[in-house]
Design a binder for this molecule. Structure first.
Ligand SMILES: Nc1nc2c(c(=O)[nH]1)N[C@H]1C(S)=C(S)[C@@H](COP(=O)(O)O)O[C@H]1N2
Ligand SMILES: [Mo]
Length: 396
């Protein structure tokens, strides 16, 4: 190598031997750390809401021993799960803009010499790689779950839950590392040193407005799955809100391989210890009935409220002589599938709004809604509102 070539300054966009682009190869006047930190702040907020509501959803389905899920307010799960899907969807446009704004930095070379600077660089890059992979995995699996599309083999819930912890851990590292930059850039006006845009061109402020608008569209596009009055604008809502008796059907009787029962010979079995009692449909209808407005709030994001009528589960528990504070395990006529059974902890059994419902909207349950009877309880994920109930096992 001659002195001549060694001393020549690096040309920013000159030909490269390896074909790997450099930071300098990307220039766009809108890319700026002040923009990145503003979008990043909102991305952090939406993803944190998604994380916390997701954690809650997991606990509602798989309750740790230190936690008692309340039965009130009856709409709690409907709200937390609606928020989960809405904030997760709003994060998508924010993530895209944020990735675009920092994209060139992916090609930053680590400091050449081994040492503290190089180590810090690698740790920072590594945590961002993990963070990105986790966020993209969560959003992709979450969105396809909300779309009821499961193109994979793994168990969605356990993996989505595990990766959520990877996500929050790497987010905390990322924020801690970037805190000085975040604080500085958030404190500066967005348009500081901004080059004048070409005529008709977007400013940073303009790009930010477009980003918020895109997040707003994403919210409106999904919120209708939980807020009925928004349904007509919810182009992304998978469930259009239609279904027999005003409630969408998650899995039809045919999909669950349920055979139509003969109401004359069908019996509900209620067991407790060695005791067992059979109830015909007529007998169930002759017991004191209660009516409550309660939502079905599916973990996949949609929800809808209905007026349910039936026998309080607490009365059936008392009918077999089981004490207060008993738990109930509901078993359906379905032979296979994850949601064929559910357990009602004692506070749900004790709550008189927890029904073995026979009617919806003043008519016998539609076959797809669980005819002849189903569980409906306040503040529960839809997956635990077992349809086509055949047996209630009571445990003290
Ligand atoms: N036996 C049985 N019960 C079930 C299910 C099921 O697949 N099998 N799906 C659950 C799910 S995921 C939801 S969201 C609700 C939906 O109730 P719906 O179809 O009446 O709206 O039922 C729940 N009960
Ligand atoms: Mo569901």
């Amino acid at each position: 190598m001659t002195a001549d070539t060694r001393d020549r300054p690096v040309r920013p966009t000159g030909p490269r031997r390896l074909g790997i682009p450099r930071v300098e190869d990307f220039s766009h006047r809108l890319r700026d750390p002040r923009l990145t930190s503003r979008v990043g702040l909102w991305l952090g907020i939406t993803l944190s809401i998604t994380f916390l509501t997701g954690l809650w959803s997991h606990f509602q389905q798989d309750t740790p021993s230190w936690l008692t899920i309340p039965t009130s307010p009856h709409w709690l799960y409907r709200v937390t799960q609606g928020l989960h899907i809405i904030s997760g969807t709003a994060a998508v446009p924010l993530l895209l803009v944020k990735l675009w704004s920092v994209f060139p930095r992916l090609f930053r070379r680590p400091p050449w010499r081994p040492g503290r600077a190089q180590l810090l660089h690698l740790v920072e890059r590594g945590s961002i790689a993990v963070l990105m992979a986790a966020v993209i995995f969560q959003l992709a699996t979450g969105l396809s779950n909300a779309a009821q599309w499961y193109p994979w083999e793994f168990d969605f819930r356990s993996l989505h839950y595990a990766i959520a912890w990877v996500f929050i851990g790497s987010l905390l590292i990322h924020v801690a590392v970037k805190l000085p930059v975040i604080r500085q850039t958030l404190g500066e006006p967005l348009d500081r040193d901004e080059p004048v845009p070409p005529p008709g061109g977007l400013t940073r402020r303009g790009l930010l407005r477009v980003t918020w608008a895109a997040a707003g569209v994403a919210v409106l596009g999904t919120a209708g799955s939980t807020m009925t009055w928004l349904r007509s604008v919810s182009i992304f809502g998978v469930t259009d809100g239609d279904g027999p008796q005003g409630i969408p059907v998650n899995r039809t009787a045919e999909e669950a391989h349920i055979e139509r029962v003969d109401p004359a010979t069908w019996r509900l079995e209620v067991t407790y210890a060695d005791a067992s009692r059979l109830f015909s449909l007529d007998e169930l209808r002759k017991l004191p009935q209660a009516s409550h407005d309660l939502p079905i709030a599916c973990v996949e994001g949609w929800s809808a409220s209905g007026t349910w009528t039936g026998v309080p589960v607490a009365d059936l528990v008392a009918a077999v002589g089981a004490p207060e504070g008993s738990r109930v395990f509901a078993v359906s006529m379905q032979r296979r599938g994850a949601w064929r059974t559910s357990e009602l902890p004692e506070q749900f059994v004790a709550d008189r709004r927890t029904l073995l419902a026979l009617d919806l909207a003043g008519e016998p349950l539609d076959f797809d809604h669980g005819y002849p009877c189903r569980i409906i309880a306040p503040n529960r994920p839809g997956v635990l509102q077992t349809k086509w109930v055949r047996r209630l096992e009571v445990y003290a």
